[in-house]
Structure formats: structure tokens, C-alpha cells
Design a protein around this ligand. Structure first.
Ligand SMILES: O=c1[nH]cnc2c1ncn2[C@H]1C[C@H](O)[C@@H](CO)O1
Ligand SMILES: [Zn+2]
Length: 330
């Protein structure tokens, strides 16, 4: 299978983990932002996690530099456009991009301006390429529930205009869902769809709680349902979709090697899995690369790929018309 030319769908990619290194240097030079180096290879090293990375927390350190240049409307618009452009050029037909608006307020932007700028960049790309997008607002679970309420409230006006869902991300501790029951319930009431990062760092029970307490329809990663029977069963019974990110999962040590990744066992057992990059730059990857890794490691057939593609279409937070169009590509 040639994954560069096959149509692809991406449901889990972070904006601040997917900047072109050239763009970081260009913006920093023009705006006098200090960087550890202005050499492209050095910057790449600073913002890319190696496969030998030790943990999710070490992986998350790579996001500090990109966020330095994501503090103005123009830059957010440009960076979003470039991510969609990169995806379109490798035949991604639909992509849901997530970002945490509260990380982009350091130079005075308000949350509404931030969301509008990302939407503008997405629309620019949709007008130029054969790609359609939607946005997911991520709340940092390292911040308080009040800050999550703020994102839910301020993002509400963009529902139906390109914003589709709410997410919780960042470092994962046991029981984190319990702190966010109220803001996520409010989000559901307003019409946000719900996807939650959970089960990425050894705690399968977080997936169970994300589904039971937060109403998660999709789970970011969910690798550790493999070690938690209740979480496994609820994901399977309710057909909760797993947004899996093979390279990222090796880097954060959710698995030690691609061959240990549970994606194919899950798939064969009837769990709905999807393949994603998580972060194109931090994980130094593309959708074609992630698909190739899985195909090679597990010898997957075209039928398997079609099933995964259709899982992504069905699980996407796109409207029916978009879903119908996506189904026809393959
Ligand atoms: O894989 C991840 N797990 C948890 N948090 C993550 C992951 N990738 C990125 N993030 C965090 C770091 C970013 O700054 C934030 C918003 O995109 O989301
Ligand atoms: Zn993620």
C-alpha cells in the first residue's frame, strides 16, 4: 500500500506540536524572540522528542519553544494554515486540529481572538486545498476546573462555525477526570462533542472514568485499557473510539517498541481504532509514516486500512454531508 497517495483522515493532532521548524525561526527572527539557536538542525532537536524519550512529561517539555511564536493573531493563522497545507499535500482529506487557547494569551490575546485566528488559518487552507477541518479546544488538566470553564464558555460562540469538541490534555495523573466533571458536563450541554486524553501513562482506569464521568465519545490514546478489564469492556461495548498515535506512544513510553503496540490486537477484537500523528513535529512524523509503521509492523491488509479509515469517518465530529463525501474517497 502506498500511504502517501491513499486518502487519510486525522482526528488527533496538536497545533503547537506541529509547527514547521523554519516557521519558528522565521517568526522569532522577525519579532526578536530569543531561541536557543537559529540553526534549523538545532531547533529541530529542541522541538523533537527522540524515540528514546523517557516519559510523557519529558515529551511535553518539547512544546515550550513552539508556544513562544504562537502569541499573535497573524502567527496563529499562518501556523494553522501551514499545518493544513502539510496535511493536504500528503492526501489527508479531513483533519481535526486541537489546541489549548489558554497557552496563547501570554502577549495579551484573548481566548476569542485566539480561536478566531486558528479558524481563519483553517479556512484559508480549505479555500486552497482539497481538505476540510474542524477544531477541538483542549483544556490543560494541569490547570484548574475554572480555567476549563473559561474555555468552554468563550468557545461556545464558535460551535457550528468550525469548533466541534472539547478535550483534556497535558500530564496525566490518576483520577484527573473527577476534577473536570462540571466543566465537561457544561460543554456537553452546550453541544460540544467530547474526546479526552486518557490511558496514556499506565492508568487504564482513567479511560473508564473519562467515559463514565465525562461522557467521552473518543479517547486520545487509551493504550492502557489493555491492563484494565473494566476500561477495556466499556470501550468495546460502547464502541468508544481510540485515537492512537504509534510514534508518540513509543516516545512517551506507553509502549517500549512498535511491536508491542496494542492497536492491531484491539482492532482484531472489534475495538474501533484510528491512526493519528499526535504531533507532526514533536513526534517527527506524518500520517503516511504512522500508517506505514502500523502496516509494516502488523502486516495489515487493505481491508484493515479501509476499516480504520471508515472508523475515522464515523468517529469524526464532522457533519453528515462531510462524512458522506469522505466515505466516497475509498
Ligand atoms: O500526547 C499527549 N498527551 C497529553 N498532552 C499532550 C499530548 N501531546 C500534546 N499534549 C499537550 C501539550 C500541548 O502544549 C497541549 C496543547 O496542544 O497538549
Ligand atoms: Zn495528544
Amino acid at each position: 500500500m502506498n500511504f502517501s497517495t491513499l486518502p487519510k483522515i486525522e482526528l488527533h493532532v496538536h497545533l503547537d506540536g506541529s509547527l514547521r521548524p523554519e516557521t519558528i525561526i522565521d517568526i522569532a527572527k522577525r519579532e526578536g524572540i530569543s531561541l536557543p539557536s537559529f540553526d534549523i538542525e538545532e531547533i529541530k532537536k529542541e522541538i523533537t522528542a527522540p524515540l528514546e524519550c523517557e516519559s510523557l512529561n519529558e515529551y511535553l517539555e518539547k512544546f515550550a519553544i513552539p508556544n513562544l511564536v504562537m502569541q499573535s493573531k497573524e502567527n496563529l493563522r499562518r501556523i494553522t494554515f501551514e499545518l493544513f497545507e502539510d496535511a493536504a499535500l500528503e492526501n489527508v482529506k479531513y483533519m481535526e486540529v486541537r489546541f489549548a487557547p489558554l497557552l496563547h494569551t501570554a502577549k495579551g490575546l484573548d481566548v476569542e481572538e485566539i480561536i478566531q485566528s486558528v479558524l481563519d488559518g483553517m479556512k484559508d487552507a480549505e479555500n486552497q486545498y482539497d481538505i476540510k477541518g474542524n477544531l477541538i479546544l483542549s483544556c490543560m488538566r494541569t490547570m484548574s476546573a475554572d480555567r476549563a470553564f473559561e474555555v468552554v464558555e468563550k468557545g461556545k460562540q464558535f460551535l457550528g462555525k468550525g469548533v466541534v469538541a472539547i478535550d483534556l490534555c497535558a500530564s496525566e495523573v490518576e483520577g484527573f477526570c473527577r476534577n473536570f466533571v462540571e466543566p465537561i458536563a457544561l460543554a456537553r450541554e452546550y453541544g460540544y462533542r467530547v474526546t479526552i486524553h486518557a490511558g496514556e501513562t499506565g492508568i487504564g482506569k482513567n479511560v473508564l472514568e473519562a467515559v463514565e464521568l465525562l461522557g467521552a465519545e473518543r479517547i486520545g490514546h487509551g493504550v492502557f485499557i489493555k491492563d484494565c478489564v473494566e476500561a477495556y469492556n466499556i470501550v468495546k461495548e460502547k464502541q468508544v473510539v481510540l485515537e492512537m498515535c504509534p510514534t508518540s506512544n513509543v516516545q512517551t513510553k506507553a509502549v517500549n517498541h512498535f511491536s508491542e503496540h496494542p492497536i492491531y490486537d484491539f482492532h482484531k477484537d472489534g475495538i474501533k481504532v484510528t491512526v493519528n500523528t499526535d504531533n507532526r513535529t514533536v513526534s517527527d512524523t506524518t500520517m503516511a509514516n504512522e500508517c506505514n509503521i502500523i502496516a509494516k509492523e502488523f502486516n495489515i491488509s487493505y481491508e484493515d486500512y479501509k476499516q480504520i479509515y471508515h472508523n475515522s469517518v464515523e468517529a469524526s465530529f464532522a457533519d453528515i454531508e462531510t462524512k458522506e463525501k469522505l466515505k466516497k474517497y475509498i
